[in-house]
Design a binder for this molecule. Structure first.
Ligand SMILES: *Cc1c(COP(=O)(O)O)cnc(C)c1O
Length: 389
């Protein structure tokens, strides 16, 4: 139940990939012969499958190694189209490091970055967002759905504000595409980062959507070389993974509604159970949230200890997996306005396509048992230290 960190490759995706790992091994840039032509056709089909999932055109999809690279291409690529004197970019305090770190780099190079706060549900303050815009603002970057607390941003409103002020709108949609409906036209998104492995595709592949008209968005490459992907991302395409990504998003598009309903039913059930049995509280928005995400605060229970207690049967995490080594409390929970105690006692459950109801029941049972045990130890410790004193 840690499907926000990554997901299992769907067997149907593997099936689609296999021929391109064996006999159909051509380089899609070598179209003088049938090997290359076949690979090129397959890549274009995948591009179309992905484009259809987000209501874009195939030529607006730039294939990358994942959402991290797409975030970097969007942010650094937009910055590089501007003159050396820099400019202003607006983002949000709860963004992924793949957005925050390139922005911090730009800030070190003289760019001005505004971090707009969120409310206690993780929703960006739209008034602050709009009033932060200046003559020098060129980009707003706000994630579609948060990878820790599952809150879905008010994308249509942000798109409207960006458009009204003539500012480009980038979103990191790694947790959204393939899980909830995403329409770049309706939401007026100009650039969007996508990852395959968060939606039952292979790791190490993703894409950046770059709007081609209304406006035509100009991005400068950060990888230079063979000129693949219209010069925006050089390097021989990872054909089998790209085929897998196309298939993964095609499946997601067909099965999204049913899957979201099933997983939302389970996360609702788990939430009610933990509220009643463990006195837990929800982190994130009560209904503007990813159907498969549940993030809960267990008062008086260290999340590290809880994860350890259930580790032999259940895989859950405290927050983002992307910075596993750090012992710092989640900056996302802190950004909601809570103290470190809540950040150290919160657990993220990420349900996935391959979870079954028995597992949901097992997780509820084992987390309940563990919280009770950890609390009784905690109480005993307090009693002991009280006696000593
Ligand atoms: C996983 C994730 C990323 C990184 O994606 P990769 O494809 O692993 O590089 C970026 N942003 C968000 C919100 C994510 O959840």
């Amino acid at each position: 139940m840690d499907n926000h960190a990554t997901t299992q490759l769907d067997p149907r995706v593997l099936e689609a990939m296999l021929p391109y790992l064996t006999q159909d091994f051509g380089n899609p840039a070598s179209t003088d012969h049938v090997y290359g032509a076949k690979a090129a056709d397959a890549v274009e089909r995948s591009r179309e499958q992905l484009a259809k999932t987000i209501n874009a055109s195939a030529h607006e999809i730039i294939i990358t190694s994942g959402a991290t690279e797409a975030d970097n291409l969007a942010i650094q690529g937009i910055a590089r189209t501007r003159s050396a004197e820099g400019g202003h970019i607006i983002t949000c305090t709860t963004e992924h490091k793949a957005v925050l770190d390139p922005l911090r780099y730009l800030a070190s190079q003289g760019w001005v970055v505004t971090y707009v706060p969120v409310d206690s549900y993780g929703i960006i303050d739209l008034d602050r967002l709009e009033s932060s815009i200046t003559d020098r603002t060129i980009l707003i970057s706000v994630m579609f759905a948060n990878n820790e607390i599952g809150t879905i941003a008010p994308m249509a409103e942000i798109g409207r504000i960006a458009k009204e002020h003539g500012v480009l709108f980038h979103t990191d949609a790694a947790q959204a595409v393939g899980h909830i409906p995403v329409d770049v036209q309706a939401l007026r998104i100009d650039l969007m980062s996508i990852s395959a492995h968060k939606a039952y595709g292979p790791k190490g592949v993703g894409a950046l959507y770059v709007r081609s008209h209304n406006p035509r968005v100009k991005v400068a490459p950060i990888l230079l070389g063979g000129g693949q992907e219209r010069g925006l991302r050089s390097g021989t395409l990872n054909v089998p993974s790209i085929i897998g990504m196309g298939e993964a998003f095609e499946i997601a598009r067909r099965e999204m509604t049913q899957e979201a309903d099933r997983l939302a039913g389970w996360t609702r059930k788990m939430r009610e159970r933990f509220e009643n049995s463990a006195g837990a509280e929800l982190n994130g928005h009560p209904f503007n949230r990813l159907p498969h995400n549940l993030n809960m605060y267990f008062p008086g229970v260290e999340s590290k200890a809880l994860i350890q207690s259930v580790r032999s049967q259940v895989a859950i995490s405290a927050s983002s997996a992307c910075t596993t080594e750090e012992v710092e409390p989640s900056y996302v929970i802190l950004a909601l306005g809570y103290g470190p105690e809540r950040a150290h006692s919160s657990i993220r459950f990420g349900l996935g396509r391959f979870n079954i109801e028995d597992e949901v029941n097992l997780v509820m049972q084992s987390v309940d048992t563990a919280t009770n045990r950890l609390r009784s130890i905690g109480v005993r410790n307090e009693v002991i230290s009280a006696n000593v004193n």
